[in-house]
Design a protein around this ligand. Structure first.
Ligand SMILES: Cc1cc2nc3c(=O)[nH]c(=O)nc-3n(C[C@H](O)[C@H](O)[C@H](O)COP(=O)(O)OP(=O)(O)OC[C@H]3O[C@@H](n4cnc5c(N)ncnc54)[C@H](O)[C@@H]3O)c2cc1C
Length: 466
């Protein structure tokens, strides 16, 4: 463990309003615990910033003392880059405020806010913007990588609704990024992850929404999976954008609306979200029922904030996680065959394969308009390898990689950086595709020393010369 001079730490303490947590502090272990239970990193110091002014102080301290620097938002990224082993972690857990201007339909969000914080504040005014499907995820990391969820078909990605960001640069300067100010930095932030600076505030555009939506789950027996998936593919080509249906292949959790004998059996679940009136939602759901013979269903009107938390019980922190992801333009019969084959061998009750629909508004935005490059993708698959015991690591990781390799021939190329594991850092160039070259040039401009490298790292110079 690195030993910083006590005097230096005391100096830092006296210059910031926030708290510094050191390894001998009783709250240290809690502060360094993040969502993925496989990550066990020990920062030399965790700076729990209290306000925006603390951030440049922490950035300058890390740079001057040549400390590895990381930024912790909601702590959900499975690669665990939010913690700096033996380095300095800027922790935003005490900066979670979300302020809403209902007249302007704007939200001003501090970087420690979770999706739940965001939804609560915006829904108080009947407003929302697309985010993700697990309410404990951090707004910061989700936004910087792209961000997609139930509202994406209708309103695009989270980054498509970003209006401006306040950033602390590698040199410790506060900069505004928007279409008007530093537009190149604003371009890079919308998908480029944490490569370009520390964001201390986000401004989002909001849409009228809810407070109730038509949503729920429909569960089919696994032997009908191929047939359901074929119809799902066909149906989702022309489904209204207010409707978003995702497919989950997994062992059935003990949900009260499922018969006892289905619990623990492999099933195909349609997760259904309709941003509209009940009778229209009911008609759409009736159509989905015809995909097979559901063994259980629970759908109806419910608060949007409730649906945003519906998957939280399946995505609790602490388990071991290894994910693999592809994007698809269409769900071909060959892909369906492969998905169903591997779903039949799912190696743990917590593991699942999900296929989310992201087709809609985001496909109409040119790939070069923001750093997020996957504008051609209409579906995203995530193989959620998830298990309890360390002794299962090789088996579960091996299985997830096998699914990934087998489904690669049908993939649309590129990768979603928010789903990339630690061992995929060498795939960053291909993840960004045609946008990579511009990102490298902007990295050279904004962070030539690569201070911000605890992320899906874009190196400042072309790979060949590093
Ligand atoms: C259970 C679960 C469900 C998910 N569901 C979805 C989903 O539905 N849709 C979706 O799009 N994604 C989803 N994700 C992926 C999610 O978007 C990423 O994990 C994202 O990085 C999480 O952000 P965070 O702030 O919680 O993570 P953190 O791990 O805290 O941060 C991730 C990285 O973001 C950067 N970063 C964070 N804060 C800042 C900041 N203030 N300034 C600069 N850089 C920063 C850093 O590089 C950091 O390493 C899900 C993840 C999980 C674990």
């Amino acid at each position: 463990m690195l030993h910083l001079e006590k005097k230096l730490i005391e100096e830092l303490k006296s210059t910031i309003a926030g708290t510094i947590i050191l390894p001998d502090d009783p709250t240290y272990n809690k502060a360094r615990t993040i969502w993925n239970g496989m990550i066990d990193k020990k920062p030399a110091l965790i700076v729990q910033v209290a306000d925006t002014q603390d951030v440049p102080v922490a950035v300058n301290f890390a740079r001057k003392n040549r400390l590895e620097l990381s930024v912790l938002g909601g702590g959900h990224h499975i690669a665990g880059n939010s913690l700096a082993e033996n380095g300095l972690t800027i922790d935003f857990s005490n900066m979670k405020k979300v302020q809403v201007d209902p007249e302007k339909r704007r939200a001003y969000v501090e970087p420690g806010a979770t999706l739940a914080d965001f939804d609560k504040a915006t829904q108080a005014h009947g407003l929302a913007t697309p985010t993700g499907i697990n309410s404990t995820t951090g707004m910061a990391g989700l936004t910087l990588g792209g961000g997609f969820g139930w509202l994406t078909r209708q309103y695009g990605l989270t980054v498509d609704n970003l209006v401006s960001a306040d950033v602390v640069s590698a040199g410790g300067k506060a900069i505004k990024a928007s279409e008007e100010e530093n537009p190149d930095l604003f371009w890079a932030l919308r998908g480029g992850g944490g490569n370009f600076g520390v964001v201390t505030g986000f401004e989002f555009n909001l849409h009228n929404m809810g407070p109730e939506v038509f949503a729920g789950l429909m569960v089919f027996p696994f032997h009908q999976a191929k047939n359901v998936l074929r119809q799902y593919n066909e149906f989702s080509q022309s489904a209204p954008r207010e409707l978003n249906v995702w497919v989950v292949l997994r062992h059935a959790p003990p949900l009260p609306f499922l018969p006892d004998d289905v619990h623990g059996k492999m099933v195909l679940v349609l997760a259904i979200f309709y941003n509209g009136e009940a009778d229209k939602g009911e008609k759409l759901v009736d159509f989905l029922r015809g995909f097979g013979n559901p063994v259980g269903e629970h759908t109806g009107m419910q608060p949007y904030t409730q649906w945003q938390q519906a998957f939280d019980p399946l995505l609790t922190p602490g388990l071991r996680n290894y994910w693999k992801s592809h994007n698809f333009e269409t769900v071909t019969d060959e892909l369906i065959g492969s998905l169903v084959k591997f779903a039949g061998t799912i190696p743990s009750p917590h593991t699942e394969i999900f296929l989310g629909s992201i087709s809609g508004l985001q496909n109409e935005i040119p790939a070069e308009a923001t750093a997020y490059p996957l504008r051609h993708a209409r579906y995203i698959m995530n193989v959620h390898g998830r298990w309890e015991d360390e002794s299962d690591d090789d088996r579960l990781i091996g299985w997830a990689r096998e699914v990934y390799n087998a489904t690669k021939p049908y993939a649309a190329g590129g990768a979603y950086v928010n789903f990339m594991t630690e061992d995929e850092n060498n795939a960053v160039a291909s993840a960004y595709g045609a946008n990579y070259e511009r990102l490298v040039a902007l990295k050279q401009k904004f962070d030539p020393e690569n201070l911000f490298h605890m992320n899906q790292n874009i190196k400042p110079k072309p790979m060949a010369s590093t």
